[in-house]
Design a protein around this ligand. Structure first.
Ligand SMILES: *[C@@H]1O[C@H](CO)[C@@H](O)[C@H](O)[C@H]1NC(C)=O
Ligand SMILES: *[C@@H]1O[C@H](CO)[C@@H](O)[C@H](O)[C@H]1NC(C)=O
Ligand SMILES: *[C@@H]1O[C@H](CO)[C@@H](O)[C@H](O)[C@H]1NC(C)=O
Ligand SMILES: *[C@@H]1O[C@H](CO)[C@@H](O)[C@H](O)[C@H]1NC(C)=O
Ligand SMILES: *[C@@H]1O[C@H](CO)[C@@H](O)[C@H](O)[C@H]1NC(C)=O
Length: 732
């Protein structure tokens, strides 16, 4: 670098430095700022406030800790005088005169930026005391005329946040002699609207929310702003980035929403930054030291796949002798499943209590009673709620939730492929479901983390210590006008307890219980429409997907394809369903069930339409067979319509075999429902034109072959036991 250029560079450097030094002279050093707040209780909101303060290195002094709150209930009446009282006492103890005091609420307040920006904006306001502003007047609207007009911005004073020099604040509150439940906001308002006092005390309002954002009356003005790895709230009305956010009045839930991101809890660049905080590790514990959990299981309506529910419960990775079960069943239809689970596995658990349908206990009472089982048990550490329609796929769910160490936390579960989930992102004005801006992103996993939400249901973990304290009211679920789940969340919100939903992992699904009929033996077979994924997991062979992918498809005879399609459970259920129905045909040629009433090659069988299973069977063929047909017979597109679909029974003393015949189909599907060698001897199928036989049919595997012309075939004799197959003539 040549000397003149270096000279120029150092000049620029020096000039910048000196101008920096100039403004530095006027700037209030950050250590002059003291944050004062009143918090008589350590609520979840208070902890959130402290976390945000710590994040930006604010120096915070908490007043009134452990004292009884006598300042009134903000929701119903003005109050808050106790705060002024405590502030006045605290200021008397501060001797230094050049300090800046920020006095703010804390239960529903979060910092969005640090002391430096706050002090800079305070200085730019050019007043000794700056109050937060509100667009709504409170508590005395008759004072409106007395307020000075503002050209732009909020006109009214909010006492939830103000900042100022110590001497001015001391002077401002020197005359306070109010009751603990008098309105602090009214007190400050009266000072502010007095022109003389306003001038001498040098008070102004932060009308455009540069320092303070009160959310009440401003919900539409405030949006999240993500930029360069940071997240702020932005007031779009005044184009400002407030430093302090306050969910005053009825805006606590919006504060919870913003507080899921601010300050930097979650950003697009980093994802969740708090998910690893305050974990409670279980990994170093011996099994006997695991927290004791009461699992409350609730069966409120006929529900599919209850057997699978209990299988999943059994698979839960947790020492069973540290679990107690409370099972409330209101459905006689499910009594058998509950009792057989308890009979087989109940003794593995430390304790089991069950409520049977005959007791006719309503849902709210049962849920209250379940909570009480944990509440009154000195050993109980957690209550884990598990409704019967929850499909818990993640065996570590309980451990993960415990380790998260939150007051109430739900694993996010959704209805497969739908936006339906077990949480709400927001609440409508009348207390029902509303969709938050981030709801879809959370449900679809584009934003993963821990989310403070107003409603969770179906599956969630509650700390027992909460049931001892904030949630000690016995009847949390009982309400005149709300469903029990909503009543519970309503109580929790009112107590200021945070409910989180966790979507850091996949946990499982929630079943649809609609259209679940109970008139059959294995009603789950009919669930292919309502809960297709659960139906597939239960009934479709685990290697089916490989049929399409890795060509796991065999070709035992010309144009005969052989592939796995049903699970053992599917085979078992179909056989049992047919035997339960029991109206096997006589095997004669006269058959009133079919068109024409005459069957050339009769079998002993039951048609799908006799058990009302045609629609479901068609769906199965379309979903699981048609793709294979199209793969093996390229250019042929099937609609999977079938003239006949039926289960055939072969027995040595009934009908042991079927004479050679053509099927009246374009192609035929023939699935073996039981196991040669175990369930029966003999059997199989021979294609005469090729002199080719399949003599060891595999249970759950389908044979697919053309009908009509080429594949003249016969059913080989069953020599012992009973053989079942399910056959469909597909056309076209
Ligand atoms: C807060 O203080 C710590 C240690 O003094 C420092 O490492 C950190 O950068 C500070 N954070 C902010 C936001 O100023
Ligand atoms: C308020 O105080 C500032 C100095 O902090 C001063 O510049 C300003 O003129 C004062 N305003 C009034 C209305 O007295
Ligand atoms: C406090 O009371 C004194 C005496 O009545 C009065 O002069 C003064 O203006 C009051 N100060 C404030 C800030 O209200
Ligand atoms: C305020 O507290 C006093 C007792 O300190 C009580 O008499 C009064 O009824 C309370 N007012 C309200 C509105 O709660
Ligand atoms: C699926 O395929 C694997 C690998 O060939 C095999 O070990 C397994 O037994 C098959 N599953 C069933 C249910 O047949």
């Amino acid at each position: 670098m040549n000397p003149p250029f270096l000279f120029l560079l150092s000049c620029i450097f020096l000039c910048v430095l000196s101008s920096l030094a100039n403004s530095e002279n006027q700037r209030i050093p950050e250590d002059k700022l003291l944050v004062l707040t009143v918090a008589t209780k350590e609520t979840d909101g208070f902890r959130r406030f402290l976390r945000s303060a710590k994040h930006f290195n604010y120096t915070v002094k908490v007043l009134g800790r452990g004292e009884e709150w006598r300042g009134g209930d903000y929701m119903s009446a003005p109050g808050g005088g106790q705060k002024v009282h405590l502030l006045k006492a605290a200021l008397l103890e501060i001797k230094s005169e050049d300090q800046i005091i920020l006095f703010i609420d804390s239960y529903d307040v979060v910092f969005a930026s640090g002391p430096k920006e706050l002090l800079k904006k305070f200085q730019q306001a050019k007043h000794k005391v700056v109050f937060s502003s509100e667009s709504l007047i409170w508590p005395d609207r008759h004072l409106e005329d007395k307020y000075p007009h503002v050209r732009e911005g909020n006109r009214f004073l909010g006492s939830g946040g103000f900042i100022g020099y110590i001497p001015s604040i001391k002077e401002m509150i020197a005359n306070w002699t109010g009751e603990e439940n008098d309105s602090d906001q009214l007190f400050f308002t009266k000072i502010y609207i007095d022109p003389a006092k306003r001038k001498t005390l040098n008070i102004t309002l932060d009308t455009k929310c540069r320092l303070f954002q009160n959310l009440h009356g401003a919900l539409d003005e405030v949006v999240l702003k993500f930029e360069d790895g940071h997240v702020r709230a932005r007031n779009v009305q005044y184009d400002t980035l407030p430093v302090v956010l306050h969910g005053n009045g009825p805006t606590k839930l919006q504060m919870n929403y913003l507080g899921n991101y601010i300050p930097n809890l979650w950003t697009f660049e980093t994802g969740c930054n708090v998910c690893q905080e305050n974990l409670r590790s279980l990994s170093s514990l011996k099994e006997s030291e695991y927290p004791l959990v009461v699992i409350g299981i609730f069966i409120q309506q006929p529900t599919p796949f209850v057997t699978v529910f209990f299988e999943n419960l059994l698979k839960l990775q947790y020492p069973k002798n540290r679990l107690k079960l409370f099972i409330s069943n209101q459905e006689p239809h499910h009594e058998h499943q509950v009792s057989s689970f308890l009979q087989d596995h109940g003794s593995l658990y430390q304790d089991v209590k069950s409520i049977r349908p005959e007791e006719e206990m309503d849902e709210a009472a049962a849920r209250d009673l379940a909570f009480d089982m944990c509440r009154t048990d000195k050993e109980c550490d957690y209550f884990f709620n598990l409704d019967i329609q929850v499909v818990l796929k993640n065996e570590n769910t309980l451990k993960i939730l415990i380790e998260q160490n939150l007051p109430i936390v739900a694993p996010m579960i959704t209805r497969a492929g739908r936006l339906w989930s077990n949480f709400w992102g927001a609440l409508s004005a009348d207390g029902y479901y509303a969709r938050s801006e981030d709801y879809v992103d959370i449900v679809q996993g584009r934003r993963v983390g821990l989310w403070n939400v107003p409603y969770v249901s179906s599956v969630y973990l509650v700390k027992a210590s909460l049931l001892q304290t904030e949630l000690k009211d016995y009847k949390l679920f009982t309400s005149q006008n709300l469903d029990s789940d909503m009543a519970f969340c309503h109580s929790v919100r009112n107590k200021g307890v945070f409910m989180y939903v966790n979507n850091l992992h996949t946990f499982g699904r929630i079943l649809s219980t609609e259209n679940y009929k109970t008139e059959h033996l294995h009603n789950d077979l009919w669930q292919i429409f309502e809960n297709p994924l659960d139906w597939q997991e239960r009934y479709i062979h685990e290697n089916y997907t490989r049929v399409m992918k890795d060509e796991l498809i065999e070709n035992p005879c010309p144009d005969v394809y052989w592939f796995p399609v049903f699970t053992d459970v599917a085979c078992k259920h179909l056989i049992e369903e047919m035997e339960h129905f029991g109206k096997w045909s006589g095997g004669g040629n006269v058959d009133t069930r079919i068109q024409g009433g005459y069957e050339n090659v009769p079998t002993i069988d039951i048609h799908m339409n006799q058990i009302d299973y045609e629609k479901e069977w068609h769906r199965f063929l379309l979903e699981y067979v048609a793709p294979i047909t199209e793969k093996m017979f390229p250019g042929y597109y099937t609609k999977a319509q079938f003239d006949l679909a039926f289960v055939v029974r072969y027995k040595p003393d009934e009908q042991p075999f079927l004479r050679p015949h053509h099927d009246a189909s374009t192609f035929t599907i023939n699935i073996a429902l039981n196991q040669v060698g175990t369930d029966y001897q003999g059997g199989g199928c021979r294609f005469l034109r090729y002199d080719c036989s399949i003599q060891a049919p595999r249970k759950g595997w389908a044979l697919m072959h053309p009908g009509r012309l080429t594949h003249y075939h016969e059913g080989l004799p069953t020599t012992a036991g009973v053989r079942y197959i399910v056959v469909s003539f597909v056309d076209p």
